[in-house]
Design a protein around this ligand. Structure first.
Ligand SMILES: Nc1nc2c(ncn2[C@@H]2O[C@H](COP(=O)(O)OP(=O)(O)O)[C@@H](O)[C@H]2O)c(=O)[nH]1
Ligand SMILES: [Mg+2]
Length: 360
């Protein structure tokens, strides 16, 4: 990457952060982010080297992890894929997709070449890996008990490629206008930035005339993310593998230090059912069982939806005429106050609800 980035980073390291330097620090961060963003786009377009993995099923999980942590083994254990397992590095040379079935959902799991340090800056094959990450619904970071230090690197690579793991998009609206300078309104106190810093950052991005409305408290980095507008906000889970290879106490220590979500042994099959369930819920998937009037519900083939979905969302999925012809629905299960409660299109459903749609 360009030496200008390194220069700015060096300056940033040397600058003590306080009230007086706040906006200068903001400016440096804005310059670094802009150069990195240009760099990322310059080289990801060109040669069409990015993987094109067709999305199938109800969602896509991408596994990230260094070589030999057990990605192929895990993929084989939780999906129908037959990925070559090697006792040495770099055996997985392409994206290997597998289909995982859980709670009747079909979840695509992708194994990609081991991510190596410097991925986002183009070293190794990280950039292609990260282009796949950006199309995923969930990132699974795989560590093994011997290398807890991998986590920090994986997280940094993700971050540098524009993925924001386990955070939601800040509520910031920036609208350009022709003249009038910068106007700003915030509905919450902004403790990380003052107005001058914000304006400095905006000017660095040539936003001389715009209206800014902040509805959440943001850091300079988060504000820059909003200006660039190309960040991806994804849920991520950290999985600790090979726990069978060390004493339980040691595995627990690593798990604690890395704040892992779950410990598994891909080889022995330990905790894999729990892992599948975790993937299902973190992807915010849920089941809706359909029931025809006067019949028993179909418990074998639920419609797989996302948490927060409404009766209308399910109707839209079922048939293009269903919303127009909708009269009312009846709901049994977690979201109904009593069995067979009458509910209309905006009703929010829950996992394992039973739905009966009445049409005109
Ligand atoms: N003991 C043990 N060995 C494992 C486990 N998972 C993977 N391995 C072994 O670790 C080596 C590398 O695994 P592989 O799946 O090829 O790693 P990848 O490079 O991340 O795809 C192979 O020899 C696997 O058999 C595990 O949970 N326990
Ligand atoms: Mg492999």
């Amino acid at each position: 990457m360009g030496s200008r980035v390194e220069e700015f980073e060096e300056e940033l390291r040397k600058t003590k952060y306080n009230k007086a330097t706040q906006h200068h620090v903001g400016l440096l961060k804005a310059k670094i982010a802009r150069l990195k963003d240009e760099e990322l786009h310059k080289s990801s377009g060109g040669k069409g080297e990015g993987y094109a993995v067709r999305k199938t099923g109800d969602g896509t999980v991408i596994m990230l992890g260094y070589p030999s942590v057990g990605k192929s083994t895990l993929l084989n254990a939780i999906t129908n894929a037959e990925s070559k397992v090697g006792a040495y590095d770099f055996t997985t040379l392409d994206v290997i997709p597998g289909l995982m079935l859980h709670n009747h959902a079909k979840i695509q799991v992708l194994d990609v070449p081991g991510i190596v340090h410097g991925a986002a800056s183009g070293r190794g094959r990280g950039r292609e890996v990260l282009s796949v990450v950006r199309s995923a619904d969930l990132v699974l970071m795989l560590l093994d008990v011997f290398h807890p230090g991998h986590l920090r690197v994986l997280q940094q690579e993700l971050y540098d490629s524009g993925v924001r793991a386990n955070t939601s998009r800040p509520d910031v609206k920036i609208s350009r206008k022709m003249r009038g300078g910068i106007s700003m309104a915030s509905t919450v106190p902004q403790r990380h930035m003052d107005r001058e810093t914000l304006e400095t950052v905006l000017r660095e991005y040539r936003l001389m005339n715009c209206d800014v409305v902040l509805r959440s408290e943001v850091t300079v980095e988060e504000f820059i993310d909003c200006i660039l507008g190309n960040r991806i906000y994804l849920p991520a889970i950290v999985v600790l593998n090979k726990v069978d290879m060390v004493p339980a106490q040691k595995a627990r220590e690593v798990a604690e230090a890395c704040k892992v979500d779950i410990m598994v042994s891909a080889q022995l099959g330990t905790n894999l059912a729990e892992l599948k369930e975790l993937i299902f819920t973190r992807m915010r998937l849920m089941r809706v069982y359909l029931k025809q009037i006067g019949k028993k519900p179909d418990m074998d083939e639920p419609v797989i939806m996302r948490q927060g979905c409404t009766v209308q969302d399910v109707c839209t999925r079922l048939h293009r005429d269903f919303v127009a012809k909708f009269k009312f629905s009846r709901v049994w299960g977690p979201s109904s106050r009593f069995p067979g409660q009458k509910r209309m299109l905006p009703h929010v459903l829950r996992d394992q609800d039973v739905l009966e749609v009445h049409l005109r």
